[in-house]
Design a protein around this ligand. Structure first.
Ligand code: MYA
Length: 187
């Protein structure tokens, strides 16, 4: 059963941009979306209809597991990012991945652009359920990966208490490193 518990499906936050709007990377050094991670995934997300966010990720040589094929762990990373972006942008509250499950249905060759459609499935207290499908090269391409995740809403303190001090100092000195951040910081 998914979600595994009774949930509410909140409206997306009133500050969520209109469908079709491209979303900025949330942190310049994020491996999933950051511009300053040369071999990162450089996922790009845009707002979809309703409770959906669409992301795109192009597999490069740096992302190989077997020769010419994407590493499954990096594909899981892409889904973590796509699902986290969905939670962050639709609820605009800080959250972290508690659980992430992936089904790998087809190999994903280098050069493929994975089109990931993620949706918010519901919220139960601090628990947020999201799921996604990744298709090969087109929004109606063959499904290569499916994922479901539980994100847990946290307070900003979670990041301040646990992040490495020098990286927190760098962000304080240059807030533009954070391309977007939740506006409601205290759930
Ligand atoms: C505009 C804004 C844009 C922003 C964009 C941002 C994009 C970001 C994109 C980034 C993307 C990348 C994102 C990343 O990579 S986030 C990085 C990877 N994740 C982490 O580092 C999280 C590490 N874990 C923790 O810190 C704690 O364990 C957390 C905070 C998760 C919970 O510890 P806490 O002490 O606070 O709470 P709790 O233990 O009472 O749990 C609360 C509830 O949750 C349930 N639970 C917990 N875990 C699980 C589990 N595994 N399966 C099933 N259930 C689980 C639990 O039973 C309980 O339920 P209930 O008993 O209440 O019913």
């Amino acid at each position: 059963m998914w979600p595994p518990v009774a949930v509410e499906l909140p409206e997306r936050h009133e500050d969520t941009p209109a469908p079709g709007t491209d979303l900025p990377p949330h942190y310049a050094y994020c491996f999933g979306c950051g511009d300053r991670q040369e071999d990162g995934l450089h996922l790009r997300a845009s707002v979809g209809e309703g409770q959906r966010i669409r992301s795109r990720f192009t597999v490069t040589e740096a992302h190989q597991g077997a020769p010419g094929l994407a590493h499954g762990g990096l594909l899981a990373c892409a889904f973590d990012e796509a699902l986290g972006t969905t939670v962050g942008n639709l609820l605009r509250r800080p959250a972290v991945t508690g659980r992430l499950e992936t089904d790998f249905l087809r190999p994903v060759p280098v050069g493929t652009t994975l089109v990931i459609d993620a949706r918010l499935d519901g919220v139960a207290g601090r628990k947020v359920y999201v799921s996604a499908e990744g298709r090969i090269d087109a929004e109606d391409g063959p499904v290569a990966v499916r994922a479901r995740a539980l994100f847990v809403l946290v307070e900003l303190k979670h990041f301040i208490d646990n992040g490495r001090a020098e990286d927190l100092r760098a962000v304080a000195a240059d807030p533009s490193l954070l391309g977007s951040r939740p506006v409601e910081l205290n759930p």
